[in-house]
Design a protein around this ligand. Structure first.
Ligand SMILES: [Zn+2]
Length: 540
């Protein structure tokens, strides 16, 4: 009996069952994939041009939770990655936005900024980053806590926050892409210097071979049937380009930051992910390792051109190709059946308002600057000239308490005045006083999403909700996300690989259910702030 278990252990740890005859008791590697700004529909919209080895393979051979939603506002990248991996919400994990206003310092705090650390592999002052602003553990922390830190955990993404938050507090490393260094970098939170293999890898200038060419269509143009005309008035135009038309000229002058806004940003992420798996020997030890990969270029492209553009279709087509190669790589390197993979998103996206308007669908934009000026003017009219609003960000108003004290005006008076004024304006759906959210009257499902998004030390005083397909635009073209509406909350969620049986699930699933489901599969504790539930169909 003892001999048998030794033999089995040898078989399991050496991957002798790698080709799927028997699967190990625990996966050798978990691969979490977050596709930045991927709407659920993108799993299917481009089916006619997807190959058989990427998204289609995941859905066909995996288990797809078709009705998965975020459960808070705002639906942004930082909160999204945190919610996927903590199984929690901003009210508990503290990740209320990508940037929030800090009343004590009268300045904005970036979600992963950390003044106690500095960049490694880069001279960028912004590279002092860590997960410290995240108040709860990630599923990766729980994996490491379960086995005396024997699992290896690495997060990677073009975006710093997309790498740092998933991997958690006790990660071995998080790497993100710094165009000014033309390479992958990290911070002193994780290590004193980059591993030699990454220095060597960066020395090969991984982005250059893509930037020395133009961004041309992957397939002949007649294949792109799921998009508007190539060049339309609501698309952004890159600096140095004559218009928003293919081929896109990349104008590489030595700083490769611009690769992030092309599908090749995803390709270099995939290539780096493979290099990490090989060089860090992930999935080769006796304990489950965890690789968190976030594909950020879909978000940059989506913001610039919108979700109905040829650019977005081409970006998903190329990502599908990259995914296909990545799955083949994992099958070879780690072994089919030895790794558990899940794919989801950090938020969805709104179609471009100008496009919607052209189809007679109600939509529109505001700007933070104009909203602030209008509200300030209204308060000046009612209560006298003062600086009443410290800032308006993330659809929240941060009021100036000192001004209110000196004028003896209380919060309710300001709120009543702003609500009366705002409800006369186009595009405003409702206004709530954050302190009194518990007493407010809500439409179906909204109460939970609002309260889940509020962490008092970091949140504002008044919450403004726009009507559907309205948002604060940060430029006159393109689009964004962030609302509680279904187009921003509905994400893909597909499980694939180790012990996953094919299936489709249409029951309501919350993004916060991902982390406890991984915990159940690995037989470890869920993260400390977890509010999700195990998805029964995945673990059966
Ligand atoms: Zn975005």
């Amino acid at each position: 009996m003892k001999y048998l278990s030794v033999v089995l252990t040898l078989f399991i740890t050496h991957g002798i069952f790698a080709q799927g005859t028997t699967i190990p008791a625990k996966p050798k590697l978990v691969v979490g994939i977050v596709v930045d700004q991927m709407a659920y529909e993108f799993l299917y919209r481009y089916e006619d041009v997807y190959g058989s080895g990427g998204f289609k393979k995941l859905v066909k051979e995996g288990y797809s939770c078709e009705n998965t939603h975020f459960s808070y506002i705002p639906t942004y990248t930082g909160p999204g990655h945190a919610s996927v991996y903590t199984g929690s919400v901003p009210a508990i994990n503290g990740i209320v936005s990508n940037d929030w206003y800090n009343r004590e310092t009268n300045s904005f705090t970036y979600v992963t900024s950390d003044p106690t650390v500095s960049g490694v592999g880069t001279t960028a002052l912004t590279a002092g980053q860590s997960p410290r602003n995240m108040l709860t553990t990630s599923i990766c922390d729980m994996l490491k806590l379960s086995n005396q830190q024997r699992s290896k955990v690495i997060g990677i993404a073009l975006k710093d926050r997309g790498a740092i938050l998933p991997a958690g507090h006790s990660a071995n490393a998080a790497y993100w892409y710094d165009g000014s260094m033309n390479g992958w970098v990290t911070s002193s939170f994780y290590m004193g210097q980059l591993p030699q293999w990454i220095k060597d890898y960066n020395a090969t200038a991984p982005a250059e071979k893509y930037l020395n060419k133009n961004w041309s269509l992957f397939l002949p143009a007649e294949n792109y049937k799921n998009a508007t005309a190539d060049s339309v008035s609501w698309e952004s135009v890159n600096i140095g380009e004559p218009g928003s038309k293919f081929p896109h000229y990349l104008n590489f002058t030595g700083n490769s930051e611009l690769i992030k806004g092309t599908p090749f940003g995803n390709t270099i992420t995939k290539e780096f992910a493979e290099a990490v798996v090989i060089n860090e020997k992930m999935g080769k030890g006796n304990y489950t390792d965890f690789l968190c990969v976030s594909f950020s270029s879909t978000d940059y492209v989506g913001h610039a051109y919108g979700p109905h553009s040829v650019e977005t279709e081409d970006t998903y087509l190329r990502l599908d190709h990259d995914l296909s190669e990545f799955i083949t790589f994992l099958d070879t390197q780690v072994g089919k059946g030895n790794y558990l993979l899940f794919l989801t998103a950090d938020h969805g996206v709104s179609p471009v308002p100008q496009y919607l308007q052209s189809l007679k669908i109600p939509a529109g934009t505001k700007t933070d600057v104009q909203m602030t000026a209008d509200m300030e003017l209204q308060l000046d009219k009612e209560f006298g000239n003062k600086n009443w609003i410290l800032t308006y960000t993330n659809q929240q108003v941060y009021l100036n308490y000192a001004a209110m004290d000196s004028a003896k005006i209380n919060m309710e008076d300001i709120y009543d005045a702003l609500k009366t004024y705002l409800l006369q304006q186009d595009g405003i759906a409702n206004v709530f006083l954050i302190d009194e959210l518990s007493e407010a009257v809500y439409p179906e499902g909204l109460r939970e999403k609002m309260i889940n998004g509020i962490y008092p030390k970091r949140s504002g005083d008044i919450q403004i909700l726009y009507e559907p397909y309205w948002f604060d635009a940060y430029r006159p073209t393109g689009t964004t996300h962030g609302s509680h509406y279904a187009y921003d909350t509905h994400a893909p969620l597909v499980w694939y690989g180790w012990k996953i049986k094919p299936g489709l699930n249409y029951d309501p699933v919350s993004i916060t259910d991902i982390a406890p489901t991984i915990a159940a599969l690995l037989k470890i504790s869920e993260p400390n702030g977890c509010v999700g539930k195990v998805i029964g169909g995945v673990v059966k």
